[in-house]
Design a protein. Structure first.
Length: 485
């Protein structure tokens, strides 16, 4: 399954991307693409149906939310059309964008009562289908001479401000521009003729106005670090808010092991491998007792841990029979804690998580061999497991260079004679959405000259550092540029 999921991502969901970039495919086609991918993932064909162990809506979530990172056709299509919107706004001078703008953004159309009913081209219709996600994902950063509308444009990162306040505005107030309220030195609240709620004020305070006089308004994609469009995050915006994230799954794909074992762990986390209990839960009419020991129902934990034959293997691998945590934990806790364990195997020097991963995989293979062929595949499974782990660790670890750490002590040093030195710092309590920072200017003797401290809006630590630096530099500029650095 590991290989098939990669093939879907690079081939079958990539092929329609070219067409999807400029038009919305009909619903039937999108469903067809999903069906082909779904059947391929689980190995179904026209004559042979296989169980689709994990639902398509879970498979198509990001890996972080317990999915496989495969994109559903409709979401992918919408995300690509959001990208078309992005290009429409950022490539203003491109001929295609100019034609569309002249044709569909003229006064007549914008002022018509039901502009949605006017006939339009397929590209424009498709563009509109990506608009919602585009608006969700973007914001403006106002320039020094901003043309942005204070109430209607999304420049404070919380959507148009008009939606955040209630009640009517006077004509004059409704036409106010961002540049009339915000200056690089601060915000002139009196211009608004009303008081904004405190949480909105905080968001606005966290919005920087550039110092360069000719800086233009800039469109940015909110979900990427550099502000450029990012398809993956656009896709995640098309997903319905995940009320039922089954588990956070990023760690599975970071495990240093074989991809097929990663997929196996992923299916176990979804309670979806073909043990008898899972088969009966899906409506199959079979005896659900363990095919090896015939003692009790065969759950995933029974097959991999609690069956006497599996228990034996764990003991041989060094888990003491009295280990109350190992043999008591529920399935998810058991997988998460052992796969992320930093311990070494008791008898040798092998990393325990490697031993554990190969062990569940080989125990599972052995069980299947017994069920389908009537015999155990390996007479001595524990030895086989340790052999494979050694082989894998030798191949996987031998090329990784050893990182060397250098300890270096740093301390504050005085500036040269005649100079002054500015030091700033900022930090944020992300969970509370509050940030602050400050700085000091000291002279050649290390004596205090100037200082400042203030609260920023809800920004992260990195931005808080930048805000402090900016404030510090502005302070220095204000107090005379003669001898500062
Ligand atoms: Zn059993």
């Amino acid at each position: 399954m590991a290989g098939r999921s990669v093939l879907i991502q690079v081939a079958s969901s990539a092929i329609p991307a070219y067409v999807m970039q400029s038009c919305m495919l009909p619903g039937k086609v999108l469903e067809g693409i999903d069906r082909v991918n779904r059947n391929f993932l689980w190995g179904s064909s026209e004559n042979k149906k296989k169980i689709h162990w994990v639902g398509w809506s879970k498979v198509t979530r990001p890996k972080l939310d317990g999915g496989l990172g495969i994109q559903a056709a409709r979401g992918r299509s919408t995300a690509l059309l959001a990208k078309l919107n992005w290009r429409f706004h950022t490539e203003e001078k491109a001929p295609w964008a100019r034609v569309l703008r002249l044709k569909y953004c003229n006064h007549q159309r914008l002022n018509s009562r039901n502009s949605n009913k006017l006939s339009t081209s397929r590209v424009w219709k498709s563009l509109k289908k990506g608009e919602e996600i585009f608006k969700k994902g973007t914001r403006w950063f106002p320039g020094a001479d901003s043309n942005l509308d204070f109430w209607q444009d999304n420049w404070a990162g919380i959507g148009p401000l008009r939606q955040a306040i209630q009640g009517p505005l006077t004509l004059e107030a409704s036409r106010i521009k961002v540049k009339e309220v915000g200056h690089f030195s601060g915000w002139d609240w009196d211009m608004l003729q009303m008081e904004l709620p405190k949480n909105i004020q905080r968001e606005i305070l966290a919005t920087p106005i550039p110092l360069a006089a000719r800086a233009e308004d800039k469109l940015a994609w909110k979900l990427s670090a550099k502000g450029d469009f990012d398809l993956k995050s656009a896709y995640s915006l098309t997903l319905s808010p995940s009320s039922e994230v089954p588990f956070k799954g990023k760690w599975i794909w970071k495990l240093n092991t074989l991809p097929r074992i990663q997929s196996f762990v992923w299916q176990c986390m979804h309670h979806s491998i073909s043990v008898r209990e899972c088969l009966t839960a899906r409506g199959m009419d079979i005896d659900n007792s363990c095919p090896i020991c015939r003692n009790g129902p065969e759950s995933i934990l029974h097959a991999l841990r609690d069956c006497p034959s599996a228990r034996d293997i764990w003991h041989q691998l060094g888990v003491p029979p009295s280990d109350s945590v190992f043999f008591v934990a529920n399935l998810k806790d058991w997988l998460v804690s052992n796969c992320n364990s930093k311990l070494r195997q008791r008898a040798g020097q092998l990393p325990w998580f490697q031993v554990f991963l190969f062990a569940i995989w080989m125990i599972w293979k052995n069980r299947n061999h017994f069920v389908f062929k009537g015999t155990m595949q390996y007479p001595n499974v524990a030895k086989e497991i340790l052999g494979r782990v050694m082989e894998y660790t030798y191949c996987a670890y031998s090329h990784t260079a050893v990182k060397r750490m250098m300890m270096k002590s740093i301390r504050w040093e005085k500036p040269n004679s005649g100079w002054k030195k500015l030091n700033t710092d900022g930090s944020s309590a992300d969970s509370l959405g509050l940030a602050g920072g400050g700085g000091v200017v000291r002279d050649e003797h290390g004596s205090w000259v100037l200082g400042f401290a203030r609260k920023f809006g809800p920004v992260n630590s990195f931005l808080a550092e930048l805000w402090s630096l900016r404030d510090g530099l502005l302070l220095c500029v204000d107090c005379g540029p003669k001898s500062k650095r």
